[in-house]
Design a protein around this ligand. Structure first.
Ligand code: EPU
Length: 418
C-alpha cells in the first residue's frame, strides 16, 4: 500500500499546467459509444477512474490505446450491453454509461450503484428521464435492466440540478428520434465540454452552460477529436495549497471563470489573485483571515468538491469560518483526520465551523475519500514536522500525481510503498 510522506512548513512557488478534468472525461468516454468510429480524447488524465472507464469500454468490446496524452477509443466491435458488478463497484459514476449504451444498443444492464463514501447516491432522476425518453427499466436482484424499441425525444423537467442525470439524459437523447429539451439542467463546465465533444462527432446539442439544453437526436455520429478541459477542482486544490503555505504559484491551462468562487474566497482570506484568459495566479504570505460562510451549491455556486480543500486552507486562519454543505450528506469525513493534526472543527449535520489555530502538527492520517484526501495533503503541507497520509488510492482517483505537482512547486512530499 502506498503512502504520502510530507514534511510541512515549506512555502510553494512556481508554475504548473493543470491536468485534464476527471469529471469531463468520464462522460466523454461514455459518449464515444454513440459512434462506431474511432475517437481521440486529448489531454485525457491518467487516473484510477479513467482506468475504470477503460475497463468498462473494453468489457463492452471496444478497443482503447494511449497515444501520448490522448486516449484513442475504437467502439466498432462493441458487442455487449452489460457493465459487470465489479466494474460498477470500482466507480460509482459508471452509471453515466447507461444512457450511452442504451442509445447505441437499445438495451443496457448495470448493477445498482448504491451509496458511496459521500453518502447515499440515488439515481432516481437519471431513471425517470430515461423512462420519459421511452426506456423500460426494471430492477431485479440488484441489477437494472433497461431496454427500448426506440427512444423518442421529449421535454424533461429535472426536479433538482444533477450533473450525472443531465449528462446521462443528453447521451440517451442523442440516440432518440426527434428533439429533447432538458429543463433545470445542471450548468457545470463539464457539461459544456460534453456538448462540444458530441457536436464534434456530428451531434447537435445546444444550450449547455445554461439550464435549458436542447438535443436533436437520431443523427449519424462519426469519430471525433476532442481536447478535455482542465480540471477546475485540481486547480482549486493547488490555489488553496499555495494560499495556506504562502508563496506565489501560477496555474496554466485553466479557465479562470470556472475557479472564480474559489478565487473570491481566497481573495477574501487575504490572498492576491490575478487571472488572464487561461492562467490564474495566487500570492500569499500564508497568514489568512477567516471568511464569510461558504455554502456549497450547483455551478456557478461554490463547488462541493472544493469545500474540503478550502477548509484545509483555513485551518490556521485568524478567526472562524462556517461551511454549509448542501450537495452531499457525508462530506465531512476528513474532519476527524484533520483533528489529528491539531485542527479545530465542529460539525453539526451539514454545518462545519473551522476555528483557526496558530499551528498544526504532523500526524499519520487516513484518506476517507478523494477530495477529503486532498484536504489532508494540504493540512500536512502547513503542519510542523512529518505527516504520513494513508489510503491514498482515494486521491489517485482524481489527481494524476499530487506529489509530482506539489514537488514541482517546491513542496517536500514523496510517495512510499508499492
Ligand atoms: N441526486 C439525486 N438523484 C439523482 C441524482 C442525484 O437525489 O438521480 C442528488 C445527489 O444525491 C446529490 C445531488 O443530487 O445530493 C447532486 O448530485 P449530482 O447528480 O449533481 O452529482 P454526480 O453527478 O453524482 C458529479 C461529480 C461529483 C460532484 C457532483 C456535484 C462526476 C463524475 N462526479 O457527481 O464529483 O461532486 O457532480 O458537483 O462528475 C468528485 O469529483 O470528487 C465528485 C464527487
Amino acid at each position: 500500500m502506498c503512502e504520502l510522506v510530507v514534511e510541512g512548513g515549506v512555502p510553494l512557488a512556481g508554475e504548473l499546467t493543470i491536468q485534464g478534468s476527471k469529471n469531463s472525461v468520464l462522460p466523454i468516454l461514455a459518449a464515444t459509444l454513440l459512434t462506431a468510429d474511432t475517437c481521440t480524447i486529448e489531454n485525457c488524465p491518467r487516473l484510477r477512474d479513467v482506468d475504470a472507464s477503460i475497463s468498462i469500454l473494453r468489457n463492452l468490446g471496444c478497443c482503447t490505446h494511449w497515444e501520448s496524452d490522448a486516449l484513442v477509443v475504437d467502439t466498432a466491435q462493441m458487442d455487449q450491453s452489460e457493465v459487470p458488478d465489479a466494474l460498477m463497484r470500482e466507480m460509482r459514476s459508471s452509471v453515466i454509461f447507461l444512457g450511452a449504451i442504451l442509445a447505441r444498443n437499445g438495451e443496457a444492464t448495470l448493477s445498482y450503484p448504491g451509496g458511496c463514501e459521500l453518502g447515499p447516491r440515488p439515481i432516481d432522476i437519471h431513471l425517470s428521464a430515461l423512462r420519459a425518453l421511452g426506456a423500460e427499466i426494471s430492477e431485479c436482484g440488484g441489477k437494472l435492466k433497461c431496454r427500448t424499441d426506440g427512444l423518442i425525444g421529449c421535454e424533461i423537467f429535472f426536479p433538482m440540478s444533477s450533473v450525472g442525470a443531465t449528462e446521462n439524459t443528453i447521451l440517451a437523447a442523442c440516440g432518440a428520434e426527434g428533439t429533447t429539451v432538458l429543463y433545470n439542467a445542471a450548468r457545470e463546465p463539464e457539461i459544456v465540454d460534453l456538448q462540444n465533444f458530441i457536436n464534434a462527432m456530428g451531434g447537435n446539442v445546444r444550450g449547455a452552460g445554461g439550464s435549458i439544453i436542447t438535443v436533436e437526436g437520431g443523427r449519424t455520429m462519426h469519430g471525433g477529436l476532442h481536447r478535455v478541459i482542465a480540471d477546475r477542482i485540481v486547480g482549486a486544490t493547488y490555489l488553496c495549497a499555495a494560499a495556506s503555505c504562502g508563496g506565489e504559484v501560477l496555474l496554466k491551462g485553466v479557465d479562470y471563470r470556472a475557479l472564480s468562487t474559489v478565487a473570491a474566497a481566497l481573495s477574501e482570506a487575504g490572498c492576491r489573485i490575478q487571472s488572464d484568459r487561461d492562467t490564474v495566479s495566487v500570492k500569499s504570505d500564508g497568514a489568512l483571515r477567516a471568511i464569510r460562510p461558504v455554502r456549497t451549491a450547483p455551478y456557478p455556486g461554490f463547488p462541493t468538491d472544493a469545500q474540503p480543500v478550502l477548509m484545509a486552507a483555513l485551518l490556521r486562519s485568524d478567526g472562524s469560518t462556517v461551511f454549509v454543505e448542501n450537495i452531499f450528506e457525508n462530506r465531512y469525513r476528513h474532519v476527524d483526520e484533520l483533528a489529528r493534526m491539531g485542527a479545530q472543527i465542529r460539525v453539526a449535520g451539514r454545518v462545519a465551523v473551522v476555528n483557526g489555530q496558530r499551528s498544526l502538527h504532523g500526524a499519520s492520517v487516513k484518506s476517507t475519500d478523494l477530495r477529503g484526501g486532498a484536504a489532508l495533503v494540504l493540512a500536512a503541507l502547513q503542519a510542523e514536522g512529518q505527516s504520513r497520509i494513508m489510503q491514498i488510492e482515494h486521491i489517485d482517483r482524481g489527481y494524476e500525481s499530487i506529489e509530482r505537482d506539489l514537488k514541482l512547486l517546491g513542496a517536500s512530499i514523496r510517495r512510499e510503498g508499492t
